[in-house]
Write a protein that binds this ligand. Sequence first.
Ligand SMILES: [Fe+2]
Length: 361
Amino acid sequence: MTETRYLIDPHRDFIESEGIPIVEDFGIDMLSLEVRPWARMAASGAYVLVKGRGDFLDTYVLEIPPGGETAPQRHLFEEVVYVLDGSGSTSIELPDGQVTSFEWGRRSLFALPLNARYRHFNGRGARPARLVATTNLPLVLKAFHDVEFVFDNDFVFPERFGQPAHFRGEGEFIPVRPGRHQWETNFVPDLGAFELQEWKARGAGGSNIMFVLANGTMHAHISEMPVGTYKKGHRHGADFHIFPVTGEGYSLLWYEGDEDFVRVDWEHGTVYAPPDMMFHQHFNVSPEPARYLAVAYGGLRYPFSEDKRRTFTGMDVSVKDGGRQIEYEDQDPRIHRLYVEELGRRGIEPCMDEVLASSRP
Ligand SMILES: [Fe+2]
């Protein structure tokens, strides 16, 4: 019988052939997720496909046992790595053949330069190291549908490696304007400690920084909400993966016209992705500032899609003015009431009065 070739998904076919679990859900706890031996990486792993993630990105969890090291990898897809637990190091072969390496720990962020040969090591300690990688493998495999081309290709991209200091946690600050300030690097040792820039227009008296990582098209940014505050609701296209870093909170999600909200509770270890044009709003309910990392496809330097271009220009502009944000005075009153109740249960004082007063556009 001849196989009828239609509705093919080369990315799905590939990850199913890798022999590790494929977990699909709306929000996923990656710290408790079961991983299984992964021959290609010489470690353990699981693919994590968050519902609503869009067409371009996937994520996987990688666990390296104490004393373990991954098999060398190189590939024609971009990869942004966030360290969930443990510590270790990564070595990267530079275009001149030399090898550089850097040490990471819980809450580190780094990017693997496109098609660079690399290995991860868990050289110290008695604990496994657990990483989560967000990649654009779906885009690349769907475009070329040839695994050998993607994983066994000698082309070198020298301009993706940046400065040697970029692997030591140094970088360049690129000031633009609030919400668009950038930090260009390949490695951020601790996302919890990184200095952020004020961004009043997104609400919550919050702050953020946009990253340019390994001169790639992957987007990453971190945002922080002070204690007792929440951000304004907004919407955009799919593929922003949210990784909480510090504190805990919840997000409400809804489509325009919906009666009710979908709620996701989060803390470090969770991942979820607001689906295409679904409004969403983030709330800090912890006694410390809540910070989250967002990774997407198409960054501020290379937006890749028209939707990202619009997001980066309209993300702090009211929907009433053609933007993508709901101002506090236009939001459903239930949103604020629910937040005050949540904080009351935890004995935390809301600090929204000042934020609401100062947010009038
Ligand atoms: Fe968002």
